[in-house]
Design a protein around this ligand. Structure first.
Ligand SMILES: Cc1cc2nc3c(=O)[nH]c(=O)nc-3n(C[C@H](O)[C@H](O)[C@H](O)COP(=O)(O)OP(=O)(O)OC[C@H]3O[C@@H](n4cnc5c(N)ncnc54)[C@H](O)[C@@H]3O)c2cc1C
Length: 453
């Protein structure tokens, strides 16, 4: 019997398990899915209980399977949720969908497939005779032929600041996804938020719905907010033109040319960006490393705000708060965060050579998931790195691996035993964090594992 252990039961781990069960045929397989019970199916992304935390992709594109992207929308209708295909649905409901999909798949599984769901945490992996022993926090050990690391999003790194004393302040919130965030913040508090991406938008909508009265200051290097979705436009693929390009500036020129053409034709720039999606991973992999670094340093922030867009409902809230002068967006380089004895913060940043200080009662870290695995605070990651079983990719954006997820150890050997999927592959594939990539990876990896890969 082939034993496969999946570490992490967020969307990635759950969909991998679902695909393994569905495609197992007559094979004898045992699947161990390790995840805390309350997180199963939901992970970090879909654990929110707040109905105003919306998916950032329309319902009709969020299906769990690459060959049936409307599956989620049909599930909504079957379950009496009245959403149109282009609606942005609460992420809470998406978590419910993934959980139910997993439970239904389990119910219908054939007898040759054994599934163990372990309400636990993986703490260590060792390799003996080309097999893995996965040690869990509870002390249990899972002998496995394959281990898939689907550990998704980690807590963000602390912001860089001359003084690090703020880290222990009561109202510094490192975890922007915690369920009780707004309960810990008084409605009159002035709030400083580091990072102005989608998690920032989540936090601001939470404050808004909590009738927050204090000032909100969003701050990031460039002060860019995600663009808003505008649906209903398509743009033909121009991938042929891009395949031979290995310079970011040439790629950028081509994209700009097509954006101008789209706007002349009454289409929209968003459709041009979306048309690149199926080729993005391939383009990334052919770029020389220096070009990838150039992109990360100069363009990634612009790419992120163009690609990871806001639902109109969320965008309206941000606009309303900005118009009322309750929400301000700042940009520059963060210099220092200091917390005084009363827990009040003084934040100093510089922009255009001018240093400015602002005060706040609470600081929320919306920098985004830590991607440098050397800094990730997970005993599993620390142990895997310590043994040299995995290493960071050269850009320190995730784990080094082959594009199909087989990890690469410190000596450069591709592993047949330890694989990874999802966010950890960002350095290798660039686009590897959202559902369209994750559902494709889950299916491909399941088929490859079942076919002896
Ligand atoms: C707040 C948020 C909102 C998002 N919204 C969208 C969206 O609307 N649309 C979209 O396409 N994408 C969205 N994403 C992107 C998201 O990353 C993916 O869609 C997807 O949910 C990622 O799933 P995952 O399982 O890889 O990661 P996660 O959701 O982070 O789940 C990983 C799981 O692994 C578990 N884990 C980690 N280490 C261990 C261990 N050692 N042992 C056991 N378990 C472990 C964690 O407990 C966690 O539950 C969002 C991401 C975030 C953070």
């Amino acid at each position: 019997m082939k034993k496969i252990t999946i570490v992490g039961g967020g969307a990635t781990g759950t969909l991998l398990a679902v695909n393994l069960i569905k495609h197992a045929g007559k094979q004898l397989i045992e699947i161990n899915l390790v995840e805390k019970r309350e997180r199963l199916g939901r992970g970090v992304a879909y654990s929110t209980a707040r109905d105003f935390h919306l998916l950032n992709v329309p319902a009709a594109k969020m299906g769990a399977f690459p060959d049936d992207i409307e599956h989620f929308h049909r599930w909504l209708i079957d379950n009496h949720y009245h959403y149109a295909p282009n609606d942005f649905v609460p992420r809470r409901i998406y978590g419910e969908y993934l959980r139910e999909l997993f439970n239904e798949t389990l119910k219908n599984k054939s007898a040759n497939v054994v599934v163990n769901v372990l309400d636990d945490e993986a703490a260590d992996v060792s390799i003996e005779c080309a097999r893995a022993r996965v040690a869990l926090a509870s002390g249990a050990v899972l002998d496995s032929d394959k281990v898939v690391l689907a550990f998704g999003n980690f807590l963000p790194p602390h912001p860089k600041s001359d003084s690090q004393s703020f880290i222990n302040a009561k109202k510094y919130f490192r975890n922007p996804w915690r369920a009780d965030l707004t309960e810990k913040i008084a409605v009159t508090d002035d709030v400083f938020i580091i990072g102005t991406g989608l998690t920032f938008a989540d936090v601001v909508t939470s404050l808004y719905h909590n009738r927050h009265a204090g000032k909100i200051f969003g701050f990031s290097t460039r002060g860019l907010l995600p663009a808003v979705h505008r649906l209903g436009f398509v743009y033909p693929s121009f991938s042929g033109e891009l395949k031979s390009q290995t310079k970011i500036t040439d790629l950028l020129k081509a994209v700009r040319r097509h954006i101008e053409a789209a706007e002349t034709d009454g289409s929209d720039w968003r459709a041009v960006i979306d048309s690149l999606r199926p080729q993005t991973q391939e383009i990334w992999q052919t770029l020389p490393e220096a070009e990838k670094r150039y992109f990360m340093q100069h363009l990634s922030r612009y790419w992120n705000v163009a690609r990871h867009r806001l639902p109109p409902e969320t965008w309206k809230i941000l606009n309303k708060l900005q118009a009322a002068n309750q929400l301000r967006i700042g940009k520059g380089r963060l210099r220092n965060i200091e917390a005084d004895e009363d827990g009040k913060f003084k934040i100093t940043y510089s922009a255009d050579g001018i240093e400015t200080s602002v005060s706040a009662d609470a600081v929320i870290n919306c920098i985004g998931s830590e991607s440098n695995f050397n800094r990730v605070e997970s005993s599993l990651v620390v142990n895997l790195l310590g043994k040299g079983l995995i290493k960071t990719d050269s850009l320190k954006m995730g784990i080094d691996a082959a594009p199909d997820g087989r990890t690469i150890d410190k000596n450069g050997a591709v592993s047949d035993v330890i694989l990874t999927a999802g966010t950890a592959l960002k350095g290798v594939l660039w686009e590897s964090t959202a559902m369209p990539e994750i559902r494709a990876q889950a299916r491909q990896m399941a088929l490859s594992l079942l076919n002896g890969g």
